[in-house]
Structures are given as structure tokens and as C-alpha cells.
Design a protein around this ligand. Structure first.
Ligand code: NAD
Length: 548
């Protein structure tokens, strides 16, 4: 649908000059965690040859391009060495009683919350985000650790199953660890994505071979260091540091299952490689997530939700909102309020709670956001607020941006921007809103705002997305870790969270015991007679509800 330009009273208005910003661009204090980073090098599997090849990995802060720390660089040969070490460690780990393993993760939960200031500093410095968005990662990691530590034993416990012939066959289902789980994670949520998939993998008795993004490896290493302090054996999770394209093939070859979070094009490539290896994989990929504001929505709550949904982690959140559909009766008021709230957001790099939005994470992200905005501007988009880089605040800051009048010819109409840019469109009927929400190749997350939550729930089930949040943008479904999370369509394969999020790291095995009579014709009974017995038995079973 072409957006109805006439609905916007602000059409044609020039975007206002700037958002609020903090006074200092450079962090005023030196965070203590920086002094510990050198010790994390021991957790990276890297031989001296790696350093000779590409040189050490240098991690720069997006806030000001200052050097946070360095790590040794891993090579494909290091991945082979890591695999050999993990195989040995996994055998012993899988034999440990489940309760021993669970204790480690409950301890991790407590110490993570106790020591959150340290990791909040580190996430902010590595990923360039505001502290409140770094906090989401700490909360997520704690929730996931608690959930699986408490519930994994029950999910993985052997189950008695109905046997082939009641009374004669008994069957049980067992879940065995797959072995080595390869986990390749992105830079946008370096703690969450670096550790929350590893937790169920480890609890299920696997070893983990992890490759964080080279922009943000330290948050994952910090978490691993804490897990080791909590009792995790040093050899059961090993990290390799290198470019995905360089280490990817050897990681796949070394793994028994792949957990990947990242872009859809990389996910497709890795799924094809995993397929050729006949290896399972779970892929958490991109999104172009819609939010629907229905005619009866609480306007101010929806505006606050739109701000959170669109600009958390400067929009570099796979489940953030990039398309906002607002009922035409509310459209003008909504846009005006949304612009006002967005303009008051405070941008900055302070390592405290004073800023609302941080920086983009890399020059690549800044280039994508800039390209999308310039393309849309050239094709006549209305920039209601934002639309500009803010080099005065730091090299990668970009203003939270609201657009109206977006048309299908514009790149950002359908492509994921993965930045602080949201397009607002009017709709006339709920049916039309659902159709608009579904008109995308992606299906990761969606949000519906309405005072009629029953109506919203019915609408939610018609939206093709792995999570749908009602009267919240993304946090309600993300935080409900007993329920699965993942993508429809090009947004992924498989799920994290819930029983799906741990069963995928296991092989199901059925063990069946036959007693009394074999499932074959007894000696002296012709096969034809046995066939009649079995036919009668199946007909009888069909009529016995307790046994079928
Ligand atoms: P990316 O695919 O380029 O990189 C992600 C990770 O994969 C990095 O560690 C990278 O080194 C590695 N990698 C890249 N090419 C590889 C290859 N050929 N073989 C093996 N590993 C390889 O993704 P990105 O652009 O850096 O990350 C942003 C994307 O991630 C966005 O599209 C976003 O939506 C998505 N994302 C999705 C989720 C989710 O849960 N669905 C969460 C966070 C990010």
C-alpha cells in the first residue's frame, strides 16, 4: 500500500536540528574491567602462527575508536586443535550428574547480577550502546541461566513412551548430548548472543566451540571467565577468534551441530554447508519487524513502546521495530507524539545511566543506515525527526530517525536497516494491517497495541512471526524464556528458549523392550494368520482410548 501522505500534518516540515546529547563524548572514568581483559587471552585457542598470519585481533570501541584490548588470532588449524580438546572434555562432562552442572549456572546467575557494573561497562565499550540497553543483555543472560538450570533436568529426563503392543512392548525415550556445538554469534548483543545459547548446550552435556564477532569478543570471554570461576571446567567451552569466512568451514567441520545468529545471507550459506555435512543447525537471522497500533490503543503507551522498540541498541536489535502501522484515526497524533518523544532522547557515550541511545557499532552499520536514508530522501521520503549522523558525539552516532511517506521503491521499505530508523504508515482496517505486517520476506518479531487484548491475540496468531508482543515491543516475548523464540520465513530455522532451545542440542534415542511374544509370527503359525491377528489387534486398539 502506498502510504497516505496527506494524513501527516507534518508533511513537508524540515527535520529539526538535533536530539539531546550528553556533554562528554569520552568516558570520564577508566572502567576497572579494562585491566582484566589481557587475562582473557588464555581462553582463546590460538597458536603463535595465528599472530604471525593476520596479527593480533584489535578491539576498538565504537564510541571513539579507542583500543579496548587485543587478543591472539585463531587459525583453522587452531579450530582442529580445539575440537580434539573438546572431544576429551565432553566425555567427562556428559557423565557428571545433572545437578552438578546445574549448580554452576545458578552460581553464574547470582554472580552475574552481583558483578553487573563490570559487564555493563564492557558491553557499552565494545558494542557502543547505552547502559540501559546493555542491561537487557545482563537480564536476559540471568533469566536464561536460571530457567535452564532449574528446568533442563525435567526436559531432558528419560520419558516412558507407549510401546508397539500394549503389555508386550515397553519403550523409553532418552536425550543424548550431540557432542560439540559450534556457536557463531554477532556483535549487536555480545553477552546475550555469546552466552545464552551456550548455557543450554552445556547443560545438556555438550562441549561448546564458540566464535564471537571480532568486533565484540570480550563480553563473551568475560562471561566464560565467570562461568569458570563458578565451576565450569576450563576445557568444555573454547573460544576461537577470527573472521567468520576464515574460520567458518573448520568450525562446521569440527561441530556436531551449529547455532548461528547473524544475517540471513550468511545463515543461508551456513545452512547449505551444514546440510552437506548432514548436520543440524539452528539459525536466528534478520528481521523487518512490524508494530501495529490499533484504533483503540493507549496512545501514550504505544508511543513509549515505539520508542523502545525502534531505538533500543540504536536499532541494532534483531527484534527491533522498523515498520510501524498506525490506524488512520490516530496517525497524526501518533506521529506528533512519537516525534516529540524521540526528539527528547539523549544520545551519548557516558558509562552511566544518563543516556537513552548510544552509537552504531561499526562503520559498516553507519554506511548502511546512511545509504538507506540518502536513498529514501532522494525518492521523496519525509524525515519527521533525525536523519543525520552525529560526528560531534562520536564517529558512529546517528540520530534516531522517524520517516513517513516511505514507498516500495525505497531500499528501506523492505530491506533490514538494522539501525535507528523506523517508517510509519497509516492503515484503515485490521485486516489490512495484518496483510501489511505479513508483506515481507522476514518473520522474526511483531508487536500489536490495543486495549482489547483478546482481539490482539487473535490477530497475533495470523501474523507470520516467531514472536508477537501485545502492548509491548519485544521484551515480553523475549523474556518469556519458557516459550520458544525464533523466525518464520527468512528470519531463521529452529528456536532458542523453552524445551526446543535445549532439545535441539540432543539426539533423541528410543529404547524398546519386547516381552512375552516377538512381533512376528510364532513358530508354527503361518504369516497369514499372524497378519490377521495383528489386523484384529490394531482394530481393537483403535477402540481403546487409553492404549492408542
Ligand atoms: P553476519 O552474518 O555478517 O555475522 C554474524 C557472525 O557470523 C559473526 O560472528 C561473523 O564473523 C560470522 N560470519 C560471517 N560470515 C561467516 C561465514 N561465511 N562463515 C562463518 N561465520 C561467518 O551478521 P552481521 O551483519 O554482523 O549481524 C547482524 C545481523 O544479525 C542482522 O541481520 C541481525 O538481524 C542478525 N541478528 C539476528 C538475531 C536473532 O536472534 N535473530 C540476533 C542478533 C542479530
Amino acid at each position: 500500500m502506498a502510504p497516505a501522505a496527506k494524513l501527516s500534518k507534518s508533511a513537508g516540515r524540515k527535520s529539526p536540528p538535533s536530539h539531546s546529547h550528553d556533554s562528554g563524548q569520552t568516558p570520564a572514568r577508566r572502567p576497572a574491567v579494562l585491566d582484566r581483559l589481557a587475562s582473557f587471552a588464555r581462553l582463546v585457542v590460538a597458536s603463535p602462527a595465528g599472530a604471525r598470519g593476520g596479527g593480533p585481533v584489535e578491539v576498538l570501541s565504537p564510541f571513539d575508536h579507542s583500543l579496548i584490548g587485543t587478543l591472539p588470532r585463531s587459525t583453522p588449524e587452531d579450530v582442529v586443535l580445539a575440537q580434539a580438546r573438546l572431544r576429551i572434555a565432553q566425555e567427562e562432562w556428559a557423565q557428571r550428574p545433572f545437578a552438578d552442572r546445574a549448580k554452576i549456572f545458578l552460581r553464574f546467575h547470582d554472580r552475574l547480577l552481583d558483578r553487573q557494573e563490570e559487564i555493563l561497562d564492557l558491553i557499552q565499550l565494545e558494542a557502543g550502546k547505552a547502559r540501559k540497553h546493555a542491561l537487557e543483555e545482563v537480564l536476559d543472560s540471568a533469566i536464561v541461566a536460571r530457567y535452564y538450570a532449574v528446568h533442563a533436568a525435567e526436559i531432558l529426563a528419560p520419558q516412558s513412551r507407549k510401546g508397539a503392543l500394549p503389555g508386550l512392548t515397553q519403550a523409553w525415550q532418552y536425550q543424548h548430548p550431540k557432542g560439540i556445538i559450534g556457536i557463531i554469534s554477532p556483535w549487536n548483543y555480545p553477552l546475550s548472543m555469546g552466552i545464552t545459547d551456550a548455557i543450554p548446550a552445556l547443560l545438556a552435556g555438550n562441549a561448546v566451540l564458540a566464535k564471537p564477532d571480532l568486533q565484540t569478543p570480550f563480553s563473551q570471554l568475560w562471561a566464560l571467565d565467570l562461568l569458570i570461576e563458578c565451576g565450569l571446567p576450563e576445557e568444555i567451552m573454547l573460544v576461537v577468534a577470527g573472521e567468520g569466512t576464515v574460520l567458518g568451514p573448520s568450525i562446521l567441520a569440527a561441530s556436531d551441530y551449529l547455532q548461528f545468529t547473524g544475517s540471513t545471507p550468511t545463515g543461508r550459506k551456513l545452512a547449505a554447508e551444514a546440510g552437506s555435512q548432514l548436520m543440524g543447525c539452528s539459525l536466528e537471522l534478520g528481521g523487518k519487524n512490524p508494530m501495529l497500533v490499533l484504533a483503540d490503543a493507549d496512545l501514550s503507551a504505544a508511543v513509549a513502546g515505539a520508542v523502545r522498540g525502534s531505538f533500543s541498541s540504536a536499532g541494532q536489535l534483531c527484534i527491533s521495530i522498523e515498520r510501524l502501522y498506525v490506524h488512520e484515526s490516530l496517525f497524526d497524533r501518533f506521529v506528533a507524539e512519537f516525534v516529540r518523544a524521540t526528539r527528547s532522547l539523549k544520545l551519548g557515550s557516558a558509562l552511566d545511566w544518563s543516556c537513552d541511545v548510544g552509537s552504531l557499532a561499526s562503520p559498516k552499520q553507519l554506511a548502511t543506515v546512511t545509504r538507506h536514508i540518502q536513498d529514501a530522501a532522494a525518492k521523496g521520503v519525509r524525515i519527521e525527526v533525525g536523519g543525520k549522523a552525529r560526528p560531534d558525539l562520536g564517529p558512529l552516532f546517528f540520530e534516531p530517525t522517524i520517516l513517513t511517506g516511505v514507498t516500495p521503491e525505497m531500499l528501506l521499505f523492505a530491506d533490514e536497516t538494522f539501525g535507528p530508523v523506523v517508517s510509519v504508515y497509516p492503515f484503515a482496517t485490521n485486516q489490512q494491517a495484518i496483510e501489511l505486517a505479513n508483506a515481507t520476506e522476514y518473520g522474526l518479531n511483531a508487536s500489536i497495541w490495543s486495549r482489547d487484548t483478546e482481539l490482539a491475540r487473535r490477530m497475533a496468531t495470523r501474523i507470520h512471526a516467531g514472536t508477537v508482543n501485545i502492548n509491548e515491543a519485544y521484551a515480553a516475548a523475549w523474556g518469556s524464556v519458557e516459550a520458544p523464540m525464533g523466525g518464520f520465513k527468512s528470519s531463521g530455522l529452529g528456536r532458542r528458549h523453552g524445551s526446543e532451545g535445549i532439545l535441539k542440542y540432543t539426539e533423541a534415542q528410543t529404547v524398546a523392550v519386547q516381552r512375552g511374544m516377538a512381533i512376528a509370527a510364532p513358530t508354527g503359525v503361518p504369516d497369514e494368520v499372524f497378519g490377521r491377528w495383528m489386523t484384529q489387534a490394531l482394530r481393537a486398539l483403535r477402540r481403546m482410548p487409553g492404549l492408542r
